[in-house]
Write a protein that binds this ligand. Structure first.
Ligand SMILES: Cc1cc2nc3c(=O)[nH]c(=O)nc-3n(C[C@H](O)[C@H](O)[C@H](O)COP(=O)(O)OP(=O)(O)OC[C@H]3O[C@@H](n4cnc5c(N)ncnc54)[C@H](O)[C@@H]3O)c2cc1C
Length: 371
């Protein structure tokens, strides 16, 4: 399927900053977007290991899984914590692509890494019939190409909770009803072709039935989904890393300078070999984390380590490709500059590699906490 969407497809979209509608349609038609949804709710019911292979392959082929990946895993919050009624109503439609759940609203201008400081509030009406949402979110992807959004908001004020992680709740927002009725969507242009937005909530009214799970437990629910997300994105990075290594290898073999292929020079050859080794090593951690996840065993350390190793390895491979292509790496026609920009994201979002280091330092090694 990816072969139907060659580099030229992604390159043209990147130039026009357009959404890959045809690719998403093909992904939907194939059922791949419902890979993690159990068969009883209309999905493919695949394991996480298998699902990582789908996302890896998209990036490895030269594409970008990012416009599609949220539909694969954002529904996990509902699958794990939603009511049976919510699951029966939404999951089959998400699996078939009839409803797009591509948006996940967590980050705020004043609360990025420090999630529990978020200021968006959802206040329940006295009769319990609805909530009223106020606040702002920043850098929220795919809102204009999504029907639904998972939103994290504070339902109990900070001064009434013992810990900042308490009193946050998760909601399923119907964007089709919300946009223009209390929700304003302001596009932000970013380094890559990703539909990214600022969201402003001004007295947005949402039905009480939008709440997923129990009120006040939202932060825990979001954390529950993190391991799967980290492992899936690690696989995307592995896909990018392999794409860069392949490109650099071909170029180093074909390109003749001073009468010989540049790859004959160890100054060019060794960095490519080293990048390949880094990508392969990261891939082992990705499969180890995925198999622990699929067996239902703890995998927080492995999921985090897989993402850091894969994000770093793909970035190393990206830089090696730039050096190997020389000036051509800056030419959009060779795709290296596009993929270079795309793969850089994963050291910053969805989580900065700094936070992974702090997780491993403090939670795995037991070092003193820094925050
Ligand atoms: C293209 C794009 C798409 C995105 N899509 C979404 C989306 O769909 N939904 C969503 O909710 N968010 C999204 N984000 C936001 C993204 O998740 C955040 O940008 C990211 O979590 C980092 O938050 P921040 O930008 O506020 O960084 P900040 O919190 O300002 O941190 C800046 C830097 O300081 C570091 N830092 C902060 N504190 C410490 C510390 N104690 N120790 C060490 N280092 C520290 C951070 O690790 C980071 O490197 C997207 C971002 C981008 C760029």
């Amino acid at each position: 399927m990816c072969a139907d969407f060659p580099d030229s497809y992604w390159r043209e979209l990147d130039a026009k900053r357009e959404y890959p509608e045809a690719f998403i349609r093909a992904m939907t038609g194939s059922g791949y977007l419902g890979a993690l949804i159990p068969e009883e709710y209309g999905g493919l019911g695949l394991s996480l290991t298998e699902t990582t292979i789908i996302l890896e392959e998209i990036n490895r082929s030269g594409g970008n899984a990012q416009p599609a990946h949220a539909q694969v895993y954002v529904m996990g919050t509902m699958l794990r914590h939603g009511s049976e009624e919510q699951k029966r109503e939404y999951l089959p439609k998400i699996a078939s692509g009839e409803l797009r759940l591509q948006a996940f609203g967590v980050t705020e201008p004043e609360a990025g890494t420090d999630t529990t400081s978020l200021r968006t509030t959802a206040r329940r009406s006295p009769d319990g019939d609805h909530y009223v949402v106020n606040g702002r979110k920043i850098y929220i992807s795919r809102v204009q190409h999504s029907d639904l959004m998972i939103l994290l908001a504070r339902t109990t004020p900070l001064d009434q909770v013992q810990r900042k992680s308490e009193g946050l709740s998760v909601f399923l927002i119907d964007l089709r009803e919300a946009a223009g009725n209390g929700l304003t969507v302001k596009p932000r242009r970013v380094m890559i072709n990703n539909e990214t937005n600022e969201l402003v909530f001004e007295d947005l009214r949402i039905p009480a039935s939008s709440l997923i799970g129990e009120e006040g437990r939202g932060f825990r629910y979001i954390l529950d989904g993190m391991n799967a997300e980290r492992i899936l994105i690690a696989a995307e990075c592995v896909g990018n890393g392999r794409w860069f290594v392949d490109k650099a290898t071909h170029r180093a073999t074909e390109r003749v300078v001073f009468g010989r292929p540049i790859g004959q020079n160890q100054g060019i050859q060794f960095p490519i070999a080293r990048a390949h080794i880094s990508v392969e090593a990261a891939d082992l951690m990705r499969f180890r984390a995925a198999s622990l996840f699929d067996r239902g065993e703890p995998c927080g350390a492995e999921a985090n380590m897989a993402l850091l190793l894969a994000a770093d390895a793909s970035w190393e491979a990206a830089n090696v490709a730039v050096q190997t292509f020389g000036g051509y790496s800056y030419d959009a026609e060779y795709d290296v500059e596009r993929k270079f920009r795309e793969t850089r994201l994963y050291q910053v979002a969805p989580i900065s590699t700094n936070l992974i280091l702090s997780y491993v330092g403090e939670h795995v090694l037991g070092l003193p906490r820094s925050f």
